[in-house]
Design a protein around this ligand. Structure first.
Ligand code: GDP
Length: 314
């Protein structure tokens, strides 16, 4: 069964997916502990598969104690997702620590090469090579630079964006000479003057609305603390404006209870998703990460590859 006739660059299909009872887990929910991860071996296999079909994918079962369960309707199905996919159960095709189902477009997920391209102060100045791109955005201190460096396996690539004068820029990094990672200014920095904060909001929103090769925004949310109002506002704006978005929960290694709310990352994550759900027609993709343990790094890259490859083919 295939999802067809989806509009171009629209990654939140209102699923006309009919999930037959055979595909549904008995309880209609899939324990997170049963979700599968894609091993490095599988990544290599995927890379060697030129037609981007997921073949012979090695899946390793996650043995951790379940933290929470995700119902099928809260999963994210990329466009053209083959829901039945032969004998492989749906639960074996969900990226570890996420609600993201792998599609046949998942593929080249390794970063071989990463280089800083340029800083732009407005959308028109951004590179015009038409390469597909993903923008990382989040509140100051959310862990954006750490995640960017972890994705490209470098310690200092993202430091360029921290230099004085570069903080209000759209910073482009070219990956494998074929796509861009874009570092956008952090928002919600309390020390910034009001006019500067307004300017940031204006030009990043202009970028989101007017950048044709923006495949998806990756909105970073700190899962070690309770939802912040400014994050909810940002997520709702993206949802209401139908900007393709993936929520990246950061700092998921911070497991100890904090005096500030005292909740675990999984609980903060669930609270956040509950608070924003009314702004989305269907569940947006989300993924748990840590730049300390590198949790979620390979999974983000695989998710980016499936979004990118779909975008390139349509
Ligand atoms: P940015 O302002 O969004 O670029 O955030 P940074 O990447 O500079 O990180 C802000 C702070 O959070 C730094 O002290 C990092 O060491 C810390 N940090 C970033 N990512 C993680 C993470 O995944 N886990 C933990 N425990 N700390 C993190």
């Amino acid at each position: 069964m295939f999802v067809t006739h989806l509009p171009k660059i629209f990654f939140y299909p209102k699923p006309k997916i009919i999930i037959t009872s055979a595909l549904l887990p008995k309880s209609k929910t899939t324990p997170l502990s049963h979700f599968s991860s894609v091993t490095s071996a599988a990544n290599t296999l995927l890379q060697q598969t030129p037609d981007l079909q997921i073949k012979n994918l090695e899946i390793e079962r996650v043995q951790e104690k379940p933290h929470f369960e995700i119902s099928v309707e809260k999963l994210f199905f990329p466009p053209d997702t083959d829901v039945s996919s032969g004998s492989r159960p749906l639960s074996s095709r969900i990226l570890k620590g996420s609600n993201i189902v792998l599609s046949k477009y998942a593929g080249d997920a390794q970063v071989e090469q990463a280089e800083f391209v340029k800083s732009s102060v407005e959308t028109e100045e951004c590179p015009s090579d038409g390469l597909p791109e993903f923008a990382l955005v989040g509140r100051s201190n959310v862990g954006k630079s750490s995640l960017l460096n972890s994705l490209v396996r470098r310690k200092k690539l993202a430091l360029t964006s921290k230099k004085p004068g570069k903080t209000q820029c759209i910073n482009h990094f070219r990956i494998n000479n074929s796509w861009h990672l874009v570092d956008l200014p952090g928002y919600g920095y309390a020390a910034a003057p009001h006019e500067v904060r307004t300017d940031w909001a204006k030009f990043t929103k202009d970028y989101f609305l007017n950048r044709p090769n923006l495949v998806s925004v990756f909105l970073l949310i700190d899962a070690s603390i309770p939802a912040k109002r400014i994050d909810l506002e940002y997520a709702s704006w993206l949802g209401e404006n139908k900007i393709p978005m993936t929520i990246v929960f950061t700092k998921c290694d911070k497991r100890k209870k904090k005096k500030n709310g005292g909740k675990r990352p999984e609980e903060n994550l669930q609270d956040f998703l509950e608070l924003i759900k009314k702004f989305f027609q269907t569940a947006p993709p989300w993924i748990m990460t840590s730049s300390v343990t590198n949790q979620g790094r390979d999974e983000i890259l695989l998710h980016m590859s499936q979004l990118r490859n779909y975008w390139l083919k349509h």
